[in-house]
Write a protein that binds this ligand. Structure first.
Ligand code: PLP
Length: 415
């Protein structure tokens, strides 16, 4: 009998193969039929240090013996307390409050609700959210509303709320982006800007410079508009620093973190807020509390995994590993460029992307054909349209990277 599973972002009518994975270690996935596959996209951008990291697995096993789950409204537990303290110590000082949830999308919903709550508490009717073209913030209705519109969400379009869009700051277009933001920020109903700092992930690994991010932050600050950084993908070292915002010297009013928060082992997210955002909800009036919770808010086992991740960041030379990986990625891309032709090679930290010639809209058959091509060569890559990108776990070896780039080189010549 065929599997009853309805997979995400999968057209079951095409009958494409769905490999069964039995175990994973480091950068390798081992399939049930005995193949080893290099996970060159970190299982959709979540696995940072590597699969089944011993410290994180041990923390999970240990916590699972003590406390599995706890209502978090009015109750608390040490793994969450330790994690909140750890995040406060590791993240920018101005982000004083930690709100837990369970996915990147939810952390974005929480951020948007916090921003609206902030303005409601101040008695100002500000509801407009400013967003950047090509952004992705998740697949729930609110997160889709602030993301790019397209084939992914046109079915739900009537339910998505209206936002103000600024263009992506392509070279030559940076001033246009900033001018558009300036105009929207001056509107009396603008509540917040939400951005993916330095690189738009699902939008095609589009990279823009730190000075634009710094300018955007300054424009928001000048106009009193809240600045929300969605670091769900960029956080935890992906761009070469713990947070991408660091490279622009900016601190957001609200910060979304998920994917690498547990090292990629368990679902968990946080939305960190500045003191003014928290204080806007602080009152003796129950009607002004922050009305949000998920059943698994701050799940103790997920928090234990995140605490192990934080310990790894504190005690191990993670940034050095990332710098080494970034250097190897650069060398691989340079070498590839010498014998293959493609457009827009780009890199930010551990992420490398390039565009193949040709159309490559999401519904084009190029991406799935490429995926199958890479899979045959023992490499998990999932191109975005005609954009091939490599975002491996930090433990990927030089030999594994060489294999990944050899496959990409072949693909560039073949397609
Ligand atoms: C993946 C992603 C999200 C959504 O996270 P989920 O855990 O998949 O809900 C939100 N924002 C960005 C920038 C992402 O890359």
């Amino acid at each position: 009998m065929s599997s009853p599973i309805w997979h995400p972002f999968t057209q079951h009518g095409l009958g494409e193969p769905i490999p069964l994975v039995a175990r994973a270690e480091g950068a390798l996935l081992h399939t049930a039929d005995g193949r080893a596959v290099i996970d060159a996209i970190s299982s959709w951008w979540v696995t940072t240090h590597g699969h089944c990291h011993p410290r994180i697995m041990a923390a999970i096993a240990e916590q699972a013996q003590r406390l599995d789950q706890l209502i978090f409204a009015g109750w608390t537990h040490e793994p969450a307390e330790a994690l909140a303290r750890g995040l406060r110590a590791l993240m920018p000082e101005a982000l004083t409050r930690v709100f837990f949830s369970d996915s990147g999308s939810t952390s974005v919903e929480v951020a948007l609700k916090m921003a609206l709550g902030y303005w409601a508490a101040r008695g100002e009717a500000r509801h407009r959210i400013v967003v950047m073209a090509h952004s992705y913030h998740g697949d729930t209705i609110g997160a889709m509303s602030v993301g790019a519109r397209g084939v992914f969400n046109q079915t739900y379009e009537p339910l998505l709320f209206d936002v103000a869009r600024i263009p992506f700051p392509f070279k030559e277009g940076e001033q246009e982006t900033l001018d558009a933001l300036e105009v929207f920020c001056a509107e009396p109903d603008t509540a917040a800007l939400i951005v993916e700092p330095l690189v738009l992930g699902a939008g095609g690994m589009l990279v823009y410079p730190p000075r634009v991010l710094a300018e955007m932050r300054a424009i928001c600050a000048r106009n009193g508009v809240l600045f929300i950084a969605d670091e769900v993908m960029t956080g935890w070292g992906r761009t070469g620093t713990l947070l991408a915002c660091e490279q622009a010297g900016v601190v957001p009013d609200i910060l979304c973190l998920s994917k690498g928060l547990t090292g990629g082992a368990l679902p968990l997210a946080v939305t960190m807020a500045s003191e003014p955002v928290f204080q806007a909800h602080w009152s003796q009036d129950r009607a002004r509390m922050f009305f949000h919770s998920s059943s698994y808010t701050a799940n103790p086992i997920a928090c234990a995994a995140a605490n192990a991740n934080l310990a790894i960041w504190r005690e191990e030379p993670v940034l050095e590993r990332i710098a080494t990986l970034a250097g190897r990625q650069r060398a691989c891309l340079d070498k590839l460029g010498r014998y293959a032709h493609f457009d827009h090679p780009r890199q930010i930290g551990t992420i490398v992307a390039l565009d193949l010639h040709g159309d490559g809209g999401y519904l084009d058959t190029l991406a799935p054909r490429l995926m199958a091509f890479f899979a045959e060569r023992g490499v998990l890559l999932r191109p975005l349209g005609n954009t091939v990108y490599v975002m491996p776990p930090y433990c990927v070896t030089e030999a594994q990277l060489d294999e990944v780039y050899a496959a990409i080189g072949e693909a560039v010549i073949t397609f």
